[in-house]
Design a binder for this molecule. Structure first.
Ligand code: AMP
Ligand code: GLY
Length: 436
């Protein structure tokens, strides 16, 4: 590129704040625009579109990209990708980081994703697809063992039921297919063999053909300490993780990621963006639990601070199909990072919003700490920030060791307050336990 890159970022959570933060530190960045400037963290780093993204039609956004010579659109969440935003905005001048609608089915249609995995010969749980509740019930009763029942469509991470018995599985089938807990996303379900082992997330940049695996990290999905309570979007993450070493990463690249990208190409899909493999490390080797078509949230928040290189250039090259031009630029620092999610009371259920938050500036002033806004907005008083969702803030800290990073994060958390604030004190516990 011989000019600075104009970038538009879509999405309004902590993941997008982390991406905007890293983009804004890129030497190659020109202007940075954002659709979700309700998030004060994103607003502080970006320019306003001048119209409301939620009510605008995609041609309005397309026109905006033309008028403002946008080189790159970075799409954070899966929803717009599954709805075909990359197909609509992509052009010879504007590249989109994030797959086309067909590619986004990897996340938006679990039944189809299983077909791709089979075609690619990728290790994954055995599975069958059903669109009839009675047949599904008969199947689980006949097998009479633990299994996992999943709504096939997008269900914001809530459509997965890990069942210990056939009766529990039958209950999940009723919940999804009869009572319609996830609407149309549950018209089709996937019933899988239940796997055992530690879980890790692997993120790779994919430019349609080539695959570049990023450094390792691990999420904490359960709401409670010691991995108890209901599943959430993620209560914290840390990077790197001792559960993945270089050999395992190269195995995942060789046997899982590359065959998947090849299988997509055979379907005529040129996949560009992040491919996120949720893996279970079973005694028989790593197996894919699910694919996502975006960065994990909060995994992105621990990867970005460790990533060296010019993110605007890296994402642009990926979206342009030129990963080979930047492979040498993508490096990760030896620092450890941890992200602790500060959530509202009641999360992952209903939460009160509009609660004032204090201490943000003091916490952000700690050298080793970066605060990303997940669910906040500006309050009525000048400089006031209030809660606006379940996951409110991401406290990200770095250190020479995971212990150190956790200490820095805790120092920052001690300075922050909002009524009902809750968080897990044990982020990274599996890694710390594994090392002892
Ligand atoms: P998913 O959204 O498909 O990753 O599923 C959410 C969570 O359900 C995962 O993080 C796992 O903890 C669990 N899970 C999903 N599929 C399986 C499986 N086949 N066996 C065991 N646990 C699973
Ligand atoms: N943290 C898990 C996810 O983003 O799906």
């Amino acid at each position: 590129m011989d000019h600075l890159l104009n970038v538009l970022i879509i999405g309004g959570g902590g993941r997008e704040h982390a991406l905007a933060w890293k983009l804004s530190r890129s030497a190659s960045l020109g202007n940075l625009w954002a659709t979700h400037r309700m998030n004060p963290g994103i607003a502080a780093l970006t320019k306003d579109l001048g119209f409301d993204y939620e009510t605008a039609k995609s041609y309005r956004l397309g026109q905006f990209c033309k008028d403002n010579e946008i080189d790159l659109v970075v799409v954070g969440p899966e929803g717009p990708l599954a709805a075909g935003l990359a197909d609509e905005l992509g052009s010879d001048e504007t590249f989109v980081f994030g797959p086309c609608r067909a590619g986004a089915q990897l996340e938006a249609d679990k039944s189809w994703a299983k077909q791709i995995m089979r075609a690619a010969n990728v290790p994954t749980a055995e599975a069958r697809t059903f669109d009839n509740a009675e047949e599904a019930r008969r199947y689980v009763m006949a097998r009479d063992e633990a299994c996992v029942v999943k709504a096939s469509g997008l269900a914001a991470g809530k459509g997965v039921y890990v069942a210990c018995s056939a009766a529990e599985a039958a209950e999940a089938i009723d919940e999804i297919m009869v009572r319609g807990a996830h609407g149309d996303a549950g018209r089709t379900i996937v019933i899988e063999e239940r796997l055992q082992g530690p879980e890790v997330s692997v993120f790779a940049l994919v430019d349609g053909r080539d695959v570049l695996v990023l450094d390792t990290c691990q999420d904490h999905k359960r709401v409670g300490e010691g991995d108890t309570g209901p599943n959430t979007g993620g209560m914290g993450a840390y990077s790197p993780t001792p559960f993945m070493d270089a050999d395992l990463m190269s195995l995942v690249q060789r046997e899982i990621l590359i065959p998947t990208v090849d299988a997509l190409r055979r379907e005529g899909i040129e996949y560009r963006g992040v491919l996120y493999a949720g893996l279970m490390l079973t005694p028989g080797g790593p197996k894919v639990l699910e694919y996502n078509v975006r960065f994990g949230d909060p995994e992105c928040q621990v990867l970005m601070p460790r990533m060296d290189g010019d993110l605007a250039r890296i994402l642009h090259a990926t979206a342009a199909g030129q990963l080979d031009q930047i492979v040498d630029e993508v490096e990760f620092s030896p620092q450890h990072t941890v992200c602790v999610v500060l959530a509202s009371e009641g999360y992952p259920g209903r939460c009160q919003t509009g609660v004032p938050i204090t201490g943000l500036e003091e916490a952000n002033a700690i050298d080793e700490v970066q605060i990303f806004h997940a669910g906040t907005r500006a309050g009525k008083r000048p400089d006031e920030v209030v809660t606006a969702g379940g996951r409110v803030l991401n406290v990200v800290a770095s250190g020479a060791t995971l212990f150190e990073a956790r200490d820095h994060a805790q120092r920052a958390i001690d300075l922050i307050h909002f009524d009902g604030m809750m968080y897990r004190r044990d982020i990274g516990h599996r890694a710390l336990g594994a090392r002892q």
